[in-house]
Design a protein around this ligand. Structure first.
Ligand SMILES: [Zn+2]
Length: 292
């Protein structure tokens, strides 16, 4: 009898002992995988090719979260939908982690916000994972959450964090040399997802295809963009793949500006399968578009 109990305990540790993590976006899924390894299972609610601002809340997502130990949120009002999923899961043991907690936030509004400004986030721009150095901060937050859920894993998680941190720091050094031609280059982005990325790699953000965040381009705004592209000699317009090509193609036709699709998340574009690959891909794609 005693043997059987021990055996059952062993089996249940092997089968169910992993920390179950659910994330809002694939980038956190990938970082959590790196830190947690075989000690965790992890799944993302939003797919990489989906607009992370708008995710339809499905009952199946609530079921996923019901069985989870940890939920990793973007925060800063980007994934408000995750709140609905978490509430609907009725999982009162869930550890809810806001990965923006230690981020140095950009574009925090100083004035009062109103609806006329479009989809502005009152806590600042929430696209902070697009700076690899912020990836290290996110990884630290995830490491602490995993240690809380699985204290026996502390040593493993900590060593994985150290490895990830070293990898990112080394790659940053390589990227700074390899992609130094991006510094000072003017880019028009479709949506304001790239302030952290641009600050890190020295790009100059000139304008957005969206007249206001979350608002589709109007003819007046497109006219304004054509004038800016011509007067400022803007070579590149970069877009998240989930937006319509219509306005970018029109701008290309009118001005010859090179349109390039870049990945705002892991899985946004085929071949972008990891957080680190995402930066490699985007930096290469922007460089190619600038040199075209
Ligand atoms: Zn946004």
């Amino acid at each position: 009898m005693k043997k059987l109990t021990v055996l059952m305990l062993l089996v249940s540790t092997i089968l169910f002992g992993k920390v179950r993590v659910v994330t809002s976006i694939t980038d956190f899924e990938d970082i959590a995988k790196t830190i947690g390894g075989k000690r965790i299972t992890v799944t993302s609610i939003a797919r990489g090719n989906q607009d992370p601002h708008y995710v339809e809340v499905l009952p199946s997502y609530m079921m996923k979260v019901r069985r989870a130990d940890v939920y990793l949120q973007v925060g800063m009002e980007l994934d408000l939908w995750s709140r609905q999923i978490i509430d609907g899961s009725r999982n009162n043991k869930l550890q809810i982690v806001d990965c923006s907690q230690n981020i140095n936030r950009l574009e925090v509004p100083t004035d009062k916000i109103d609806a006329s400004m479009g989809d502005i986030h009152s806590k600042g721009n929430p696209h902070y994972w697009l700076d690899p150095i912020n990836g290290i901060i996110i990884a630290e937050t995830i490491t602490n959450a995993l240690i809380e859920a699985d204290p026996d894993g502390r040593e493993y998680f900590t060593s994985q964090l150290l490895k990830f941190t070293n990898d990112v720091n080394q790659l940053m050094k390589k990227w700074e040399v390899e992609f130094k031609n991006l510094v000072g280059k003017k880019v028009i982005f479709y949506h304001n997802s790239w302030p952290y990325f641009s600050e890190r790699f020295g790009l100059e953000v000139v304008q957005f295809v969206e007249p206001k965040p979350g608002i589709t381009p109007t003819p007046t705004h497109l006219d304004k963009l054509i004038r800016i592209i011509q007067s400022d000699n803007v070579k590149v317009m970069a877009m998240e793949p989930y937006f319509s090509n219509k306005a970018p193609d029109f701008l290309n036709l009118k001005t010859g500006v090179n349109v390039v699709k870049i990945a705002q998340s892991v899985g946004a574009i085929s071949g972008v399968d990891s957080y680190i690959q995402m930066f490699e891909f985007n930096l290469k794609a922007l460089t190619e578009a600038l040199e075209k």
